[in-house]
Design a protein. Structure first.
Length: 138
C-alpha cells in the first residue's frame, strides 16, 4: 500500500519539507488495469443500446407499409474518450418511431424501442464497477 514519507529540511534561513510517496508504482499499475475495464464496460453498454435500437419488431398483421430497413441502418455509434458513447439516428422519421420524446402511439404499441428505453436496460455504472473489480481481482 502506498505511503508518504516526510523529511524536514533546514538549510541556513530556509525551512522546508520534502514529501515522497512510496509505493506509487502499485497505484499506477492499478490505474493501467482500470482504464481498459472502464472502456470495456462503456463499449459493451453502447453496443448493446445500438443493437437494441437496430432491432425491428415483427410487422403487425394488416399493416400495409413497406419496410426498407432504412431506420435500422440509420443507427450509428461512436465511442469517444474512455467514458462516452454516442448512439444516434438522423433518418428524418426516427423521432416519430423511436424517439422517447416524440414517439407516436402506434409505434409504442407495436414494439418499437426508444433510445431511452434501450439505455434503461443497461446499468452502466454497475457494469463499470464489475469490470473494475475483475481487473483488480476483487
Amino acid at each position: 500500500m502506498p505511503s508518504a514519507a516526510a523529511q524536514t529540511m533546514f538549510t541556513g534561513h530556509l525551512v522546508g519539507l520534502s514529501v515522497r510517496i512510496e509505493g506509487w508504482q502499485e497505484i499506477v499499475g492499478k490505474l493501467e488495469r482500470i482504464q481498459p475495464a472502464i472502456i470495456n464496460a462503456v463499449a459493451t453498454a453502447g453496443a448493446g443500446v445500438w443493437m437494441d435500437l437496430t432491432y425491428y419488431p415483427p410487422q403487425q398483421q394488416g399493416m400495409t407499409y413497406e419496410r426498407t430497413g432504412r431506420l435500422g441502418r440509420g443507427w450509428q455509434k461512436n465511442f469517444r474518450a474512455i467514458t462516452t458513447f454516442h448512439v444516434w439516428n438522423d433518418v428524418w422519421y426516427a423521432p416519430d418511431v423511436q424517439g422517447a420524446a416524440d414517439q407516436k402511439w402506434i409505434h409504442a404499441t407495436t414494439g418499437w424501442q426508444t433510445e431511452e428505453g434501450a439505455l434503461e436496460k443497461y446499468d452502466v455504472l454497475a457494469m463499470i464497477q464489475e469490470e473494475i473489480d475483475k481487473a483488480l481481482g476483487a
